[in-house]
Design a protein around this ligand. Structure first.
Ligand SMILES: Nc1ncnc2c1ncn2[C@@H]1O[C@H](COP(=O)(O)OP(=O)(O)O)[C@@H](O)[C@H]1O
Ligand SMILES: [Mg+2]
Length: 301
């Protein structure tokens, strides 16, 4: 369990995290989403105990994160942003080094176990500097898992990877998620949709949304999107529908025009009526759920 209460962080005059609170239960997988500079890395570094907060509290398994309580670090496995690794070590030397720092018992068995789990058994004897970015991420994940932490914190785990590597690392994370509490930070929406069940959106240091992904569609209060396809005629559908809501053109050719109408409620009957009254041929009408992308853009505008 991770609890963040009224967390605030200033770097000098720069307010990076502004009174942030959230709570993550055991076994949850959270997408921590926000544009660059939103305050994700700062928040994660404070949770992992790498940097101190300006004010507010963080609890991991009920224990406040602070210099006096180094044991909170034992509950956490951390893959930092950009995954800095020692390029001139063999992968197995690096894992050995991390195991020593972490005081891992049964070092050899643990390294073999996490290597197997992360699919790096075959590259343990290679220099990290020679490995592809995808394999380096795997080594970083293996290192984060060595001490068998309950909580896994991954800061932009797929950034800089090519599309195939992204898929591989996501699959690996999905495997690892099964028995851990996980926080994955990202500025990429698809990442959140692919990996997590709940999303916390942070923008300019503040939390602007915290909900299960399927509930977020209702976030932008009372707004409905309807797409309407009409056969072209002398009537201008933009004018006809302008009283019903915000009308925009999605697609248009010589025969047909497709519109989106954003409105406060369900206007399907009204649209149908207007078409009949104005002699327009209605070809298609569908309610559209807002995509997470649209919600994200709206919330972080
Ligand atoms: N070490 C630092 N010194 C000064 N400002 C920083 C430092 N690290 C981050 N910041 C600033 O804090 C804000 C949040 O940054 P960060 O937590 O890295 O965001 P994110 O990870 O969401 O991209 C940004 O405005 C960034 O420029
Ligand atoms: Mg960051």
């Amino acid at each position: 369990m991770v609890e963040v209460k009224n967390l605030t962080k200033y770097y000098g005059n720069v307010l990076a995290v502004d009174n942030v609170s959230f709570r993550i239960e055991k076994g949850e997988v959270i997408g921590f989403l926000g544009p660059n500079g939103a305050g994700k890395t700062t928040t994660l570094r404070i949770i992992t105990g790498f940097i101190p907060q300006t004010s507010g509290e963080v609890y991991v398994n009920g224990i406040p994160v602070s210099e006096e309580n180094p044991e909170t670090k034992e509950f956490i496995g951390y893959l930092p942003e950009n995954n800095p690794l020692y390029e001139n070590l063999l992968a197995k030397e690096y894992l050995g080094f991390v195991a020593d720092v972490r005081g891992v018992e049964n070092k050899k068995e643990r390294i073999d176990y996490v290597a197997e789990k992360c699919g790096i058994t075959d590259v343990l004897n290679r220099f990290i500097g020679e490995l592809s970015k995808g394999y380096r991420q795997r080594v970083g994940l293996a290192a984060a898992l060595l001490h068998d932490p309950e909580v896994l914190i991954l800061d932009e785990p797929t950034s800089g990877l090519d599309p195939n590597q992204v898929v591989e690392i996501r699959n690996l994370i999905r495997e690892l998620e099964k028995d851990k509490t996980v926080i994955i930070s990202t500025h990429i929406l698809q990442e959140v949709e692919a990996l997590s069940t709940r999303v916390i959106i942070i923008h300019r240091g503040r939390i602007v949304a915290d909900d299960r992904i399927e509930n977020l569609s209702g976030m932008v209060e009372g707004k409905e999107l309807l797409s309407v396809k009409i056969k072209k005629s002398k009537k201008d559908p933009l004018k006809v529908f302008s009283d019903l809501g915000n009308v925009g053109i999605i697609k248009e050719d010589a025969q047909e025009i497709e519109l989106s109408i954003e409105s406060a409620g369900d206007i399907r009957e009204e649209v149908f009526k207007q078409c009949v009254d104005n002699g327009m041929v209605l070809l298609e009408m569908s309610r559209r759920k807002r995509s997470l992308e649209e919600i994200f853009r709206e919330l972080t505008r």
